[in-house]
Design a protein around this ligand. Structure first.
Ligand code: ADP
Ligand code: MG
Length: 343
């Protein structure tokens, strides 16, 4: 199932006071989908706090424990897009019917339903059918249900049938555990004082905590230098600071080629291979974001493409980042590398 990323499991989702209720409810849901009092389970919290990880973890756990159950993980954006496609083709019934066959339906980021009235109607029909048939619903949202402006009251009242559990930023001890787990999984070692320093200073969200770790590793290998407290201080100071030195298009091209293991000249040629097209689009996007070069100049650096190609590439990257987790992670990692190089 391409929708579920196997790296997101309960094992890798560290428990702390910040997420205990949500994590345990998620576990119960995965063990007894549909047959528990958390239906729907609504997980809410700010960006980078683990909503997608936990939601996917539930999906993966259901598949592990109940291989015969039909699990579907979908972002609300994808749901809305699919709905609109079916609506254009007069096939709304097919759409609803498809969703009614699912045993565990996981919809990520339901806050985007707020702008999509017709999709809410379809979701309402699907919700009712699944709930009545004892099927499980898991929803995530960046806001508490009561703050979801633009969501139909009849849907909000159904959200209250189950459990709404929030995710908070991990406390210091949990942040240390998360860092230690990431290091263990990647076979890395870092002095204890550095782990503490990073955990102490990154208090925004877990994604940034991971970002700090990645920056630290990148900086250490870039400079062929051991990770120590001094390096950590430098990296974290720059982590929040915006860049001052301008990086070149060529340097970005080189980084992306290295990252995706793509030959430099392939980036400039007319190859239509998907990996290469994507690498090229990401490079254009980064060049646009991190250099002051005009669209025309950027295009010229890619075998003489014109500025509309650059605009299209930037848009494609933004769209894919919204819908494709792995893609987004790649772009974010590259963004960090470029930021580091611009320091
Ligand atoms: P959200 O969907 O809320 O924006 P994500 O689920 O994408 O956040 O989480 C951001 C990153 O933080 C992911 O890489 C995720 O694995 C990690 N993460 C969040 N919470 C935890 C946790 N409790 N333990 C381990 N990793 C976590
Ligand atoms: Mg998410």
């Amino acid at each position: 199932d391409p929708q579920l990323n196997p790296i997101y499991t309960f094992d890798t989702f560290i428990e702390g006071d910040c997420n205990r209720v949500a994590r345990r409810a998620g576990k119960t849901v995965a063990e007894k989908p549909g047959a528990n009092s958390f239906n729907p389970l609504v997980i809410y919290g700010g960006v980078g706090l683990g909503k997608t990880h936990l939601a996917q973890g539930i999906g993966n756990e259901v598949k592990r424990l109940h291989p015969n159950k039909v699990v579907l993980y979908v972002s609300s954006e994808k749901f809305i897009n699919q709905f609109q496609d079916h609506s254009r083709n007069n096939a709304i019934n097919d759409f609803i019917h498809f969703y009614q066959l699912i045993d565990v339906l996981i919809i990520d980021d339901v806050q985007f339903f707020a702008r999509a009235e017709k999709s809410q109607d379809a979701f309402f029909a699907i919700f009712n059918h699944l709930h009545q048939s004892g099927k499980q619903l898991v929803l995530t949202s960046d806001k508490a249900p009561k703050d979801l402006d633009g969501m139909q009251e009849r849907l909000l009242s159904r959200f209250r049938w189950g459990l709404s559990a929030d995710l908070q930023m991990a406390d210091y001890e949990t942040r240390i555990e998360i860092l230690e787990m990431k290091m263990r999984n990647d076979g890395l070692d870092m002095p204890r004082e550095v782990v503490k320093y990073v955990a102490y200073n990154i208090t925004t969200n877990v994604r940034e905590l991971e970002g700090a770790l990645i920056s630290l590793l990148a900086q250490s290998s870039l400079n062929k230098r051991e990770i120590d407290l001094e390096l950590a201080k430098k990296v974290l100071r720059n982590f929040v600071k915006t860049s001052n030195k301008e990086i070149t298009i060529e340097a970005i091209q080189k980084m992306v080629c290295e990252y995706f293991d793509v030959a430099y000249d392939k980036l400039l040629q007319k190859t239509r291979k998907r990996e290469i097209v994507q690498a090229r689009q990401i490079t254009m996007y980064l060049a646009k974001s991190f250099t002051k070069n005009s669209l025309k100049t950027i295009g010229e650096h890619f075998g003489g493409r014109d500025h509309t190609t650059v605009i299209h590439s930037c848009q494609t990257v933004k769209d894919l980042m919204d819908t494709d987790t792995l893609f987004r992670e790649n772009v974010m990692e590259l963004t960090q590398k470029v930021q580091l190089a611009s320091m």
